[in-house]
Design a protein around this ligand. Structure first.
Ligand code: ADP
Ligand code: MG
Length: 838
């Protein structure tokens, strides 16, 4: 402690380091002892002084130095939650928010009513809550309601190094909120906590903080970790390589826990199963029998019920209303429904990339091993909290702990007792395709910084070893740091989220790392076209392109769209689908479109004649099933989206069994993801409008004919920028345009993909979900559009020779020739839309 005179002098020179209040905490002696070992304890005074003196403080320290668990406690003891205010802590991952609130409550001997958490749909916050852990999306939603965040005296942004989009936006927003609160004399303290990575983006950013905030570094004890590289880098089967490596470590190396890094939930489960079979802990019951229903019979039944429903339907051409979207008055609803699209969703959406790591049946030949039992535990975001907590418990006597984890174990959670790390070197990341506008998930190499973080996990309690399943040459080619999410992700949804926060000039927002201006302008244009933002007056359009003079405020529709946890095109579909009972179908179509590649890849090269024959047979069967699912007449016009709807319906009818999926060329995992997403979207709708009272009815009845037509209109309204028109023989430019389509986005001819049920139909106008480029540019996920819908559903893509009446006519009478405007391509080949016929 400083000497008395020195302390007095510093007390004169500065405001007191701690508020006068001191809240005692009644920790158990064991807990207290454990805490005292954490390196951050020696920095308590430095941190608290910095917080007292500066509005913004950065705390930087290695993972497991105690930042997340201890700093909220320091603040609590120093009285930062007095007067009924709250210490808020944001985490980019839900797992961390839940686990950390539980851990801190336990350390402080306080109930979860006081140390609580809030994640998207779930939480235990009460009136008594003093420390609140939440996902960054939750805090963002709170800012929408109370911009000054008056119930907080301190906000801690944790794991800032992860640079999740919402973390970045929060830091930008909070930099302003801190100033506003200062002006009002109710100061808000902001703490940014980060592992030791690239703090300069925060400190050296003048737009963000005029005064660079102080950085407090926490030194931590780290034991040496010996890194072993593979000689060769396995190309595909890193799952199998992980399995072999764990087996070898377990059989030959001394005691100590093993931590394996894989990329996704399915991989984690596959490896866990394989390891459990190889090193059983205790005898388990016989494997449960999967139900063996006759899938063909199920399909027949589904078909029958579909036919029945089709009989009982209206025949008039129905029309959805574009105005019927107000799900709830703006600003109401629950606070936790999420802007956040965090890793759970990524995992949910990214299933198409989960490699099959030798699932049940494929590796049955492995014999159980006689050595020490292995206590195998999975760890990933969506795992139930009780199961997650298991990794923190010591393993049963006489067993070795082996945790198979996704990236969550890299920095957010610290598992005790790990001595060996097995790193596959990969991570699942979301990618955005600028041409098609569809995001996808890819497994890529991690960055050097991440690989080193993973290795560090082995040296927490004693010297450890890290086995990298790739060569040192490959490591040398890794990026140094992962690029911030915001630079590699679509900005339409975050633009919409920010507009919903009334941040009108997104381009001027103090992002720690700004996305490109082009990306922001493109996003704004899409949102205007979707009706989520108010269009600038015509005269302003040109200027706006030069540099955002006109800010486009959010519309009521935009606010509604902002509440759905899906990309804006899909959100628009959902917002419009509360008409004519379409919502459950729209939810299913959106869920199925978001999980890509529902169908197995059958065009792959065959290894043998036998396999070739099998693939051929299956291709024929799948094509036949697709025709059945697509149906005839009105239903066929919904095209590939009807196939999705029919496939999901039929599969659920058959109890969603793996056998059914296998027999019909459907990917079982994708089907499970769709089921989960349907549940999630239904919950989102219910949270928004409780009177909707939807539930996921697995055995969804087929839509009626008029509902199918409404669905086509809903899809058209959402995918308006993906409109394509057939090239006619008289317009043929040259042979490469035979059977081709023109889109508004590309100059080249595009074609309907051969796997589409509309491949031979060649409708005049279509919308597509995405374009894939193989030998040609192909449209996938195709649905037909009636020409007279275009000016009504997509007025922003049309140029009218007379201005539209205000409000736009519900059904457009004779308006003369209408040019499809947005598509200069249409104009280029001289294609006016025909006059609208009523
Ligand atoms: P940081 O945020 O700096 O990474 P944490 O505060 O998360 O560090 O962790 C500090 C220490 O607390 C670590 O040693 C970790 O092992 C321990 N710890 C965290 N959560 C738990 C838990 N649920 N059970 C047991 N120990 C935990
Ligand atoms: Mg932490």
């Amino acid at each position: 402690p400083p000497s008395a005179p020195a302390a007095a002098a510093s007390a004169l020179a500065r405001p007191p380091a701690k508020p006068a209040v001191f809240i005692p905490v009644n920790r158990s002696p064991e807990m207290q002892e454990e805490r005292l070992k954490l390196p951050i304890l020696s920095e308590e005074q430095a941190i608290m002084e910095a917080v007292a003196e500066h509005p913004v403080v950065i705390v930087c320290g290695e993972t497991s130095s105690g930042k997340t668990t201890q700093v909220p406690q320091f603040l609590y003891e120093a009285g930062y939650s007095s007067d009924n205010s709250i210490i808020g802590v944001t985490e980019p991952r839900r797992v961390a928010a839940v686990a950390m609130s539980q851990r801190v409550a336990k350390e402080m001997n306080l109930s979860p009513r006081v140390v609580s958490y809030q994640i998207r749909y779930e939480g235990n916050v009460t009136e008594e809550t003093r420390i609140k852990f939440m996902t960054d999306g939750v805090l963002l939603k709170e800012i929408q309601k109370d911009f000054l965040l008056l119930k907080y005296k301190v906000v801690i942004i944790d794991e800032a190094h992860e640079r999740s989009v919402y973390t970045d936006i929060l830091i930008g927003l909070l930099s302003r909120i801190v100033c506003l609160r200062e002006k009002r004399h109710v100061p808000l303290k902001l703490l940014i906590m980060s592992a030791t990575l690239r703090v300069e983006d925060f400190t050296q950013n003048q737009r963000l903080f005029a005064q660079p905030p102080p950085v407090i570094k926490v030194e931590s004890r780290q034991f040496p970790v010996t890194v072993h590289f593979n000689k060769r880098t396995p190309l595909q089967d890193y799952g199998g390589e992980c399995f072999r490596k764990v087996c070898k470590i377990h059989r030959t190396l001394p005691a100590g826990g093993i931590l394996v890094f894989l990329t996704g939930q399915a991989e984690v489960h596959a490896l866990c199963r394989r390891l459990r079979r190889a090193f059983p802990v205790a005898r388990r019951g016989p494997p449960e029998k999967d139900d063996q229903k006759d899938s063909v019979e199920e399909v027949r039944r589904f078909k029958k019920s579909q036919a029945r429903a089709r009989k009982a339907k209206a025949t008039a051409l129905p029309q959805i209303s574009l105005d019927n979207y107000s799900v709830l008055p703006a600003g109401e609803g629950d606070e936790d429904r999420g802007a956040e699209m965090d890793e759970e969703d990524e995992e949910a959406l990214g299933s198409d990339l989960d490699l099959d790591l030798g699932d049940d049946g494929t590796d049955g030949a492995e014999q159980p091993d006689a050595s020490l039992p292995l206590h195998v535990l999975p760890l990933y975001s969506l795992l139930a909290p009780a199961k997650q907590a298991q990794v923190f418990q010591p393993p049963p006597e006489g067993t070795r702990l082996c945790v198979v984890a996704t990236n969550v174990a890299e920095t957010s959670l610290t598992i005790p007792g790990i001595k060996y790390v097995v790193d596959c070197g990969k991570v699942k990341k979301r990618y955005y395709d600028r041409v098609t506008g569809v995001s996808s998930f890819r497994i890529t190499w991690v960055s050097q910084a991440s690989a080193d973080q993973r290795a560090g996990r082995a040296g927490r309690t004693e010297p450890g070893h890290c086995y990298r399943l790739y060569s040192s040459a490959v490591f040398g080619d890794f990026e140094k740091f992962p690029p911030p999410e915001i630079t590699r992700r679509p900005v339409e949804d975050l633009t919409l989220q920010m507009k919903a926060l009334n941040i009108e000039k997104v381009i001027n927002f103090p992002f720690p790392t700004p996305p490109s201006a082009e990306a922001l302008i493109a996003a704004e244009e899409l949102l205007i076209a979707l009706g989520a933002l108010q269009a600038p007056p015509k005269t302003e359009r040109v200027k706006q392109r030069q540099r955002s003079r006109w800010s486009c405020p959010v519309t009521e529709l935009g606010r509604t769209m902002a509440t759905f946890p899906v990309a804006p095109r899909y959100a628009k579909m959902l917002a419009l689908s509360r008409q004519h009972g379409c919502l459950p179908y729209a939810i299913t179509v959106v869920a199925a479109m978001t999980v890509r590649e529902l169908f197995e890849e059958l065009d792959r090269p065959a290894a043998s004649d036998e396999e070739l024959a099998r693939l051929k047979g299956k291709r024929a069967r799948v094509a036949q099933m697709k025709r059945i699912w697509a149906g005839q007449g009105a239903s066929l016009k919904l095209g590939d989206l009807m196939v999705l709807l029919g496939a999901v319906g039929a599969c659920e009818y058959a109890g969603c069994s793996p056998q059914f999926c296998e027999a019909n060329g459907l990917r079982y995992r994708a089907m499970m993801e769709i089921r989960r997403l349907r549940g999630q979207l239904t919950t989102a709708v219910n949270a928004m409008c409780p009177e909707a009272g939807l539930f996921v009815d697995p055995k969804m009845q087929p839509p009626s004919e008029s509902q199918v037509t409404y669905l086509r209109q809903i899809v058209t309204a959402g995918l308006g920028d993906h409109l394509a028109r057939r090239v006619h023989s008289e317009d043929l430019l040259d042979d490469k345009w035979k059977n081709a389509y023109k889109t508004s986005l590309l100059d080249d001819p595009v074609f309907i993909h051969p796997s589409s049920v509309l491949f031979r139909e060649l409708p005049e106008f279509v919308v597509y979900q995405e374009i894939v480029e193989t030998t040609k540019m192909y449209m996938k996920g195709v649905s037909t559009v009636e020409v007279q819908w275009i000016p009504v559903l997509l007025p922003s893509y049309c140029q009218f020779d007379k201005p539209l009446e205000e409000p736009p006519p519900a059904y457009c009478p004779e308006k003369g020739r209408m040019l499809c405007h947005r598509a200069s391509v249409f104009c280029r080949v001289g294609w006016p839309l025909p006059a609208v016929q009523v």
